[in-house]
Design a protein around this ligand. Sequence first.
Ligand code: S3P
Length: 432
Amino acid sequence: MVHLDGAEVLRISRGEQARGVVTVPGDKSVSHRALLLGAMADGITTIRGLSRGQDVQHTRRAVERFGVTVTETGDGTVRVEGPLRHEPDDVLDHGNAGTGIRLMAGVCAGVKGLSVLTGDQYLRRRPMDRVALPMREMGAHVEGRDGGRLAPLVIRGGRLRGITYEPPQASAQVKSAVLLAGLSASGVTTVVEEHPTRRHTEEMMAQFGARVTIDGPRVSVESGPLSGTDVVVPGDPSQAAFWALAALLTEASEVTVPGLYTGYGRSDFVAVLARMGADIELDPVSGDLTVRHAPLWGVDITAADIPGIVDEVPALAMAAAVAGGTTVISGAAELRAKESDRIASTAGMLRAFGVPVTETEDGLVIEGGAQLRAGRVDSCGDHRIAMTAAVAAACAAEGSSEIGDWDAVATSYPGFAAQLARVTGAVVEPGQ
Ligand code: S3P
């Protein structure tokens, strides 16, 4: 279904209920980290279930620039032969991937030599000073456009010293960049978080043999060799959130998404949807998510909720649009620094479907209970806006909707449009 993945505009005519079992791509956060740690480690790392999205493909090509061999076996297992052999022999292009470039900045800070990191037009507008500042504090030379705020970034890495860093924003990407640099720094490197974020980096570093300690909101790492290991990438909960939304929008719907990551900080959307009245269950052992249609009501979502649902806000906002009452989302200013300004793009998407919404500085006020009308949505080059809009078009909006910049979805979820057609019976085709 490559023609749907590559379509610039996708046209969707509403289907019936959402029903079935849907397999989602391997977790994107885990996939980036498995490639990076595999590249830094001595020996062979095997990765099963790696995300096939473009973001992760960019990370794969980037690690190859350091002389690391990445191959694939017949069953799709990816094999990484570390460690990094030299400074990268060309510019590292991370495409649209904020996680890719920021984590790679942490790796490059510890590599002796010169690294140049860049990305597409959207990534080059996103803040990089959040990683440049701690990398400089650790002893790396980091330059970038606009006084070091924007990519391309130029990093001269090498001798680093451990620091204790309290990121001013709740960001797993910043925490991870500092911890990855910490693997090559003298002494101990510690990150202290006010609002704790996803723990993939610290969990996986331990799996690769790093000396990591987690003490409440403090994570510390010491330098030392990593050894290659076998990684099995679980399903991506953030992608499952779109299927949860699909099940909640239409009566008599039921969707199961098997095998998701169930660790810290990734599935809080399940609790938020349950607070809204959803019939939703995530099995903590199997990672199977089951969602059945149920009437929803509006809730307040505040700053403490945000790190655990940071990528699911567009889908939750769409659930709020069909819920009874008002939903107020606050403390979410970080969303303005995502693949798009996600407060503005989520508001724009809701308006396109006729939902009354007010944008605030750090969130949204959504008046629920609207009957969605078909619309033309600009995804703003943001895969999560595109997929949320597609689900709304397939499951809730009467008539035929169009979604612009659809090809952004290939960054994380190739094949999504075809699955949506299968699960909902919607007619999905390239538009004008
Ligand atoms: C990610 C962290 C989050 C999230 C992104 C993936 C990660 O970004 O939005 O999609 O894998 O560490 P921030 O750390 O900037 O909040």
